[in-house]
Design a protein around this ligand. Structure first.
Ligand SMILES: [Zn+2]
Length: 172
């Protein structure tokens, strides 16, 4: 396994739309990629990571809402994840993003989402997610359509973060 470099905003891959993984891409290469993504996520540490964040513009995410000794046991590798159904009820959550360091914003999400995806070897999966796991899945799916947290705040706040991100760390 390997720890991958995480891209930070602004970056064209983070702003672009990811493409579907093709059937002929399923298998060992995707198991390797998602293992590396998981290792990168755990090292950060984070609870989710989308492939565009590591420079791969395909619809792939890894998610692990577990904490403490559950970390690793609740890892999900999702290929071509799609939300098929969502609750009317919403939830507010203070979100952060590995691609937008030192930034937090409250986002309103669906409280429950029903998601279908494939495993790296092609098995079809689907299940409901609720609360924190639902928030993570929706956050990671945003990355697959080129949306990051910066796109959810005012132009002023976005510009302020971008200006700060350009400065060398020592000057902050
Ligand atoms: Zn993110």
């Amino acid at each position: 396994m390997a720890i991958l470099n995480i891209l930070t905003a602004p970056h064209p891959i983070l702003a672009g739309r990811a493409r579907d993984v093709r059937d002929d891409e399923l298998g060992p290469a995707l198991e390797k990629l998602t293992s590396d993504m998981a290792e990168t996520m755990y090292a950060a540490p984070g609870v989710g990571l989308a492939a565009p964040q590591v420079g791969d513009a395909r619809r792939i995410i890894v998610v692990d809402p577990g904490s403490g000794e559950n970390r690793g046991k609740t890892l999900m590798r999702m290929i071509n994840p799609t939300i098929l159904e969502r609750s009317q009820e919403t939830i507010l959550w203070d979100e952060t993003c590995l691609s937008v360091p030192e930034f937090e914003v409250e986002v309103e999400r669906s409280k429950r989402v029903f998601v279908s995806w494939r495993t790296p070897t092609g098995e079809a999966m689907s299940q409901w997610f609720e609360d924190f796991p639902a928030v993570i899945v929706q956050h990671e799916l945003d990355h697959l359509v080129g949306t990051v947290l910066l796109d959810r705040v005012s132009r002023f706040r976005r510009q302020r973060w971008l200006a700060r991100a350009k400065k060398p760390v020592a000057a902050r």
